[in-house]
Ligand binder design. Sequence first.
Ligand code: COA
Length: 503
Amino acid sequence: MSGTSRILNSQLSQRIMSAEQAAELIPPGATIGMSGFTGAGYPKAVPKALAERIRRLRDAGSPMRVNIWTGASTAPELDGALAEVDGINMRLPFQSDAVCRKQINEGQMQYLDIHLSEVSQYAWSGFLGKLDVAVIEVAAVLEDGRLIPSSSIGNNKTWIEQADKVILEVNDKQSLKMEGMHDVYYGTALPPNRKPILLTEPSDRIGERYLHCPLDKVIAVVETSSSDRNSAFTPPDETSALIADHILDFFAHEVKKGRLPAQLLPIQSGVGNIANAVLEGLNNGPYKNLSAFTEVIQDGMLKMLKSGTLKVASATAFSLSPDALDEFNNNIDFYKDKIILRQQDISNHPELARRLGVIAMNGLIEADIYGNVNSTHIMGTRMMNGIGGSGDFARNGYLSIFMTPSTAKQGAISSIVPMVSHVDHTEHDVKIIVTERGLADLRGLAPKQRAKCIIENCAHPEFKDRLMDYYERACASGRGMHTPHLLEEAFSWHVNFEQHGRM
Ligand code: COA
């Protein structure tokens, strides 16, 4: 598209109003599906205006709360602003906001932590109740009313289809040159009417470039001009560099053994320090023309595309630092045909992760000696962020790699414990665990072999002997010898931390 106005449809241009006016159209108690995924493509103005309205109502003695569904995490202007005024009753499917987290853990906010690929199915099936309003950021509206998506797609297609009413935010800070990078698949259905999804390469396009929205659903159009929340990455530290080295050695070994092709398999990488260090390592390694079938394009992936290490990346959102965003916007013509943004039920689809043989690399909070992984709960009770897409990729991928420093909180906590205090990924879904100490390849190992492998390779020296002692006493206890445990002691490490500040 060209020209200065970003709202080319005449019907929709008549619905332009302020964020405050749009927020007034949302009824108390409403369930709202908002755009936004990992700080990209979330609405910037209406949530803030809604939070202000909620604050005013609360001060006047008539509190208002809403339910908020998104793609994944958003930003302080959305999650933070609404949580601060105690405006959220139910939140799903993922968040990583400090204020939101506090509310969840103080019992003020209900939180439904769902595999990201499954959210749209939940909504379509009616498991979640009715969706009243969708608030969706887009880059522009075409003459015929089709929408150019912005820097994430997430659940936008589903929210627009399922909501009774739609509020659009048209953000002129999102580059118009993104037009054509998106691939919105309109072939999904509920069982028993599902058909195979005909995507056999991460680079395949199976859908349309635009989102469709019935014009009569649109009750407001709000023009905005704000950048996404783009936080800078901390440069890789020694620990994350060591973890990355172990993973790179492992890839080289697997290629040599003929268990991975020279161009590996499509990589999926979570966001964060360690994930970024692994991408840096891959970028400096011998690889060329790799592909990514992942959730989020972060700085490391952009660098890999630039260098030719990566030839294509399929995802549902960007998550870029300010510098990387500048790099992207300044060279968008170069990146355009190398990046495909899809809705999250496709970017994370189990059928596709299994078919493509994704190498899934994600962080963890704690793992136990048998390889069960907790990605979400601190000391078994307090929510950190959520499972996100880690389960979508770990269970269905070709390799599932979970990575973590061997200790947390200045060494007071061991990331390897006798029994995890919450399970997100069971031993059946966890193939490889890596810490800065080493890598445990659990493929083909029975539980007792796994325990020795994890303790030997991954535990911090400070905790290694105690873990081995626990394991050996469990074996000698005369109880079940398949997965030996001392049940009265299994959580004593967590109890120690809660009572004495150290495991
Ligand atoms: N006990 C208590 N706190 C722990 C802990 C443990 N065993 N392990 C980590 N933490 C704390 C860290 O101290 C840190 O706290 P801080 O923010 O107060 O400094 C925080 O958890 C994050 O840990 P960090 O080591 O910096 O790793 P990270 O940024 O990679 O995050 C997860 C790790 C597990 C929280 C993160 O990967 C996550 O949310 N995963 C689930 C979702 C997911 O995998 N998404 C990607 C799918 S595409």
